[in-house]
Write a protein that binds this ligand. Structure first.
Ligand SMILES: Cc1ncc(C[n+]2csc(CCOP(=O)(O)OP(=O)(O)O)c2C)c(N)n1
Ligand code: SF4
Length: 326
């Protein structure tokens, strides 16, 4: 069965600002799901709060607009209850790396098979452009009265340190690159982090489309702009740790190269897949090791009542045990 992108669209009015990078992310997510032929009713999309919180309203799937910083615990709970669903969490950088950073880190320890997309625009868009945790020290966007006095978090390094087994970066105005990156993240067995360099033309006048495309960075010989973004897939960079793992020396060399690429920022900014570790068990595998029927009968698919509608569980015994007497 062929899937059309239109099947993943909703008719809800989109109220992002003109030129917002979130349009490209939505379109790429819809295309990725269509190309992977995942039926809308098998997708659950969780967001937090912010302009990025609105994604589930615009993608035809199960959509859950949760609390500020909390899409990950909701998404993980959903996936564990029904591991047959494709579960995607989506945040802004303020949502995911500010208030939600504890969940970001702890999710890495579990390696649940979900995809986490962060629309990284360097600002808190919905609340009028305050510096977000990814904005670097000394930078001043048009919405800040003074340069940022905090150092910025590097989300790729944090994802690696936390244990994410797939780490990628893509760009909101390059829909095709996002589609390929989202597809790889969704297909990866384990926790995928995808950082999207997202344009917020209303509040971030530093990380603009023109800046990413190097329009201020003219090649003296050709007279043409030199784009800052380049694709790792156009280089000899290999992000894959195979299922059987690597020798200690090979692994450490890969880590060193990953760190080098994750730190590269300025006139050259890599996008693409930085890390793909296929050697780590998923949380679902670990549950199955102790509960072999888990995948056949996960919690959300278990019957809760008999054919007459009577509940199959009786909590009276449990309540009796808790009762405190005399
Ligand atoms: C507990 C709580 N604290 C603060 C807020 C206010 N608030 C709403 S959106 C937002 C920031 C969103 O920024 P970001 O995650 O970067 O998303 P963007 O709007 O840039 O997509 C904040 C602080 C809130 N809604 N809930
Ligand atoms: S404030 Fe920024 S992130 Fe929010 S809708 Fe406008 S351009 Fe997009």
């Amino acid at each position: 069965m062929a899937f059309k992108v239109a099947e993943y669209k909703t008719d809800v009015h989109i109220d992002w600002c003109p030129g917002c990078g979130d349009f490209g992310i939505t379109s790429a997510l819809q295309q990725a799901l269509a190309e992977l032929e995942i039926e809308p009713h098998n997708v659950a999309l969780f967001s937090g709060i912010g302009c990025s919180g609105k994604f589930p309203h615009y993608v035809n799937a199960y959509g859950i607009h949760t609390l500020h910083g909390r899409p990950l615990p909701f998404a993980i709970g959903c996936k564990l209850a029904n591991p047959h669903l494709t579960v995607i969490a989506i945040s802004g950088d303020g949502d995911g790396l500010g208030i939600g950073v504890g969940h970001f880190v702890n999710a890495g320890r579990r390696n649940v098979d979900i995809t986490y997309i962060v629309a990284n625009n360097g600002v808190y868009g919905l609340t009028k452009g305050q510096a977000s945790p990814t904005l670097r020290l000394g930078l001043k966007t048009k919405s800040l009265p003074k340069p940022n006095i905090n150092e910025g978090i590097n989300p790729l390094l944090l994802a690696f340190a936390s244990g994410y087994t797939f780490i990628a970066r893509t760009y909101s105005y390059d829909v095709r690159h996002q589609v390929e990156t989202f597809k790889q993240g969704i297909l990866h067995r384990g926790l995928a982090y995808i950082d999207v360099l997202q344009g917020c033309p209303t509040y971030n006048d530093l990380w603009t489309k023109d800046w990413y495309m190097g329009r201020d960075h003219i090649d003296p010989e050709t007279g043409k702009p030199q784009p800052r973004l380049y694709r790792l897939e156009d280089t000899d960079y290999d992000p894959v740790i195979p299922p059987e793992g690597l020798s200690k020396e090979e692994y450490e060399a890969r880590v060193a190269r990953f760190v080098q690429k994750a730190l590269e920022w300025g006139d050259r900014i890599p996008i693409g897949v930085f890390w793909k570790d296929e050697s780590v068990s998923t949380y679902e595998d670990r549950i199955r090791a102790t509960a072999p029927t888990y995948l056949d009968l996960p919690p959300a698919l278990r019957p809760i009542c008999d054919e007459d509608g009577r509940p199959l569980t009786d909590i009276r015994k449990f309540l009796d045990e808790l009762r405190v007497t005399g």
